[in-house]
Design a protein around this ligand. Structure first.
Ligand code: SF4
Ligand code: FES
Length: 368
């Protein structure tokens, strides 16, 4: 068993945006009992002891935690590399200066499109201009800036303009992430899944941009796994290198695993070390012993680990099956049918999107 390398600290699921591709759980109301500042401090200490080197502060919107500066300082003092994953709503200059002084290392800001109207429509709230303003502050304060754009049927045709915008704001890295279908994205999958023609056009643009911007900006392109022959090596293997702590203290091998029927493990009831080593949520799919055929005898089993357990569960109802994205999976038809509909069903462009609800009410227990 390896030590975890990265901690995804999901500080809150409250968020001023309402993106229909959000990977947060559908039962947001179940996560209002947020960890207190002291509980998060303990999590950070235990994560450091466990070998974690990188701490990604995420949500929801982590800036809604009033103790964010304290938590960044705590992680920084422990020697962790800190990355803020944010919509940037709430990243005023004074707050940014406090975060800089606390030792925050890196900022990742999401936009929904390069076009203000499209961006605000997808975000469910006027936010584009505030994001651009915050990107300026991030650059002025000398942080490395990643611009993250989740790509889907409604914005992937604008990928050239998105890249231009990333250049204009001086991004050091742009992450073009095709939607992964968990949480609210799963609910909206049929409206979000792009067509093959859209993907092929986007890939031409991305390849050219990578070449052109080679010395100035990293262009990361997260492949759309529904269109791949083999699945992604999700999380680098179940409970292998990453762990997630949710706002209420549940510990998971990945952010989507709360949907799986596995026993809960919480930092409120046990140490991170014991949870990582022994809890059923971590051990259930660690390694390769759990694998069914065709993965069990497949030469790729140590490369992709049978794909994504959460995706297998969402598509088949059984997390222990081969990820249906794999063309060798007996369930591959489930993915093939969705892809076919995205390419042949003219109604796909007009399907209504269910927005993730805004949840900005502060819970009673936490100081955050
Ligand atoms: Fe990966 Fe399993 Fe498919 Fe082989 S059969 S490529 S191990 S998902
Ligand atoms: Fe949970 Fe892939 S998202 S294992």
């Amino acid at each position: 068993m390896d030590s975890p390398f990265g901690l995804l600290a999901e500080l809150t699921y409250r968020c001023p945006l309402a993106c229909p591709y959000c990977s947060n759980p559908l039962n947001l109301a179940g996560y209002q009992d947020e960890l207190t500042t002291e509980e998060w401090r303990r999590v950070l200490v235990e994560a450091g002891d466990l070998g974690v080197l990188q701490c990604h502060l995420s949500g929801g919107e982590p800036l809604l935690r009033r103790d964010l500066v304290e938590l960044v300082a705590a992680a920084h003092d422990l020697g962790l590399y800190t990355n803020l994953i944010t919509s940037a709503l709430g990243l005023s200059r004074p707050r940014a200066e406090q975060l800089r002084a606390a030792g925050l290392d890196h900022v990742q800001i999401s936009i929904q499109s390069d076009d203000p109207t499209v961006s605000d429509r997808i975000a469910g709230t006027p936010s584009f201009s505030r994001k651009i303003e915050a990107m300026g502050v991030v650059k002025e304060l000398g942080w490395p800036l990643t611009v993250n754009v989740v790509l889907h049927r409604l914005n992937i045709d604008r990928v050239a303009d998105v890249l231009e915008l990333a250049e204009e704001v001086g991004a050091d890295r742009v992450e073009l992430a095709n939607t992964q279908y968990y949480g609210w994205a799963w609910r909206n999958r049929d409206a979000l899944l792009p067509s093959r023609a859209q993907l092929e056009a986007a890939e031409v643009v991305v390849r050219a941009a990578r070449e052109r911007l080679r010395d100035r900006m990293d262009v990361i392109y997260v492949l759309p796994d529904y269109y791949s022959r083999y699945p992604k090596p999700c999380m680098g293997g179940w409970a292998s290198r990453q762990l997630t702590v949710t706002p209420n203290g549940d510990v998971l091998p990945c952010p989507a695993a709360q949907s799986l029927p596995l026993p809960r493990a919480s930092v409120r009831e046990d140490s991170l070390e014991r949870i990582w080593a022994e809890s059923p949520v971590m051990t259930a799919f660690r390694g390769t012993d759990w694998m069914p055929e065709p993965c069990r005898s497949c030469p790729r089993r140590e490369l992709d680990f049978g794909g994504c357990r959460c995706q297998a569960f969402l598509l088949t109802g059984d997390a222990a099956r081969t990820d249906p994205v794999c063309h060798l999976s007996p369930d591959h038809d489930l993915v093939a049918r969705a892809v076919e509909a995205a390419n042949t069903d003219s109604r796909a462009d007009d399907l209504p999107l269910v927005p993730r609800p805004h949840r900005v009410r502060r819970p009673t227990r936490s100081r955050g």
